[in-house]
Design a protein around this ligand. Structure first.
Ligand SMILES: NC(=O)C1=CN([C@@H]2O[C@H](COP(=O)(O)OP(=O)(O)OC[C@H]3O[C@@H](n4cnc5c(N)ncnc54)[C@H](O)[C@@H]3O)[C@@H](O)[C@H]2O)C=CC1
Ligand SMILES: O=C(O)C(=O)Cc1ccc(O)cc1
Length: 312
């Protein structure tokens, strides 16, 4: 793939965890930024970023970190974004771009709109790529390859804003991602079904299995070599990140949870009444959905494909 060259001479990433760390590595590898500055609230993480040697500047001072940046990326848990936006936006230089990678977009759009964004280009974003790992060591440059990044631009008819959205799209494409633009409310509904609800189910079922009196913790570990193992991987995802997602995306998650509960009741009824046809028809449909995803090249037929890349 031909690379676009330097898109942002100075990039600042706030939050050097899995996603921030992956962006830094990918941006360096693909040559789309010049100098990289990292700001992180955790001293231990700042020390680790220095040891890893992945950034030119590392600081705990947010205003100092963003003042010269052409691109600022917020890569922290979503409930921290309103506070960070209030610190970052007034400190940014005119004409610079602000984006984020948060898993929810309605609250981020609201946080950006609450500030005076007239001198910068504020563009919420979300790479649909990740793992259950977190922290500065978890990042790897290939994370975004063949994945989607959704941008949810704010309402703004300026040509300069459209150009900033186009440049940010080029940035993500340089990492091998495909970019889609979407309304933030639609984003939050779609992600509630395909990401937030599955995580809630995994968190719940792993807890339920461990709590059952006739199932020991030892059996949960021993037999997790089966399909249950995928649930335990997801249920190992970062607690702070997921607490924030469910608080921020409450309405969409509750709506989807309501529909899911109805569908679960229908399955429960089919099992109770021995309605084998209903079960078979349903499982045939879901198998076709999975095969469609594999055929579209979005996933390997092998389990756990790509999930372990970049682990240390
Ligand atoms: N983990 C995943 O699979 C994905 C996560 N996301 C989103 O990306 C964002 C970051 O997630 P991860 O990289 O997984 O988290 P992480 O836990 O690996 O990294 C977050 C980093 O932010 C720092 N931090 C936290 N609050 C801060 C604050 N107020 N100021 C400065 N630094 C702060 C932490 O010290 C940590 O280094 C979240 O909003 C999450 O919803 C998006 C796509 C995938
Ligand atoms: O690890 C997994 O299976 C994920 O689903 C990763 C993930 C987590 C949160 C996001 O907003 C996007 C991707």
């Amino acid at each position: 793939m031909s690379q676009p060259g330097i898109l942002y001479p100075k990039m600042t990433v706030i939050g050097a965890g899995l996603i921030g760390g992956s962006i830094i590595r990918a941006a360096r590898e693909h040559g789309v930024v010049g100098e990289i500055t990292v700001a992180d609230a955790s001293e231990a993480h700042r020390v680790r970023v220095v040891e890893l040697g992945v950034a030119e500047h590392v600081t705990g001072d947010i205003a100092e970190a963003v003042k010269d940046a052409d691109l600022v990326v917020l890569a922290t848990p979503v409930l921290s974004i309103p506070d960070l936006a209030a610190q970052v936006i007034p400190a940014m230089k005119p004409g610079a771009t602000l984006t984020d990678v948060g898993s929810t977009k309605g609250n981020v759009a609201e946080a950006f709109r609450a500030q005076d964004c007239s001198k910068i280009h504020a563009i919420p974003g979300h790479p649909i790529a990740g793992t259950e790992q977190s922290g500065p060591d978890a990042g790897f440059s290939e994370l975004f390859e063949n994945r989607w990044t959704i941008l949810t631009p704010l309402e703004n008819d300026d040509e300069a804003y459209a150009a900033a959205v186009a440049r940010l799209s080029t940035f993500w494409r340089a990492f091998g991602a495909q970019v889609e633009l979407m309304d933030e409310k639609h984003h939050d509904l779609v992600l509630a079904v395909v990401s937030h609800l599955p995580h809630l189910i995994a968190y719940t079922i792993v807890g339920s299995a461990a709590d059952l009196e006739n199932v020991t913790e030892n059996e949960v570990i021993k037999y997790s070599a089966s399909g249950f193992r995928d649930f335990t991987r997801i249920a190992a995802s970062d607690p702070t990140m997921w607490r924030d997602i469910f608080v921020a995306n409450k309405d969409a998650v509750l709506e989807m949870l309501g529909r899911f509960t109805e569908d679960l009741q229908a399955m429960s009824r089919a099992i109770r009444w021995g309605d084998a046809d209903t079960l078979h028809t349903h499982f045939t449909r879901t198998r076709a959905i999975r095969r469609g995803i594999v055929a579209a090249g979005q996933e390997s037929a092998e389990p756990n494909f790509g999930r372990d890349r970049g682990k240390h």
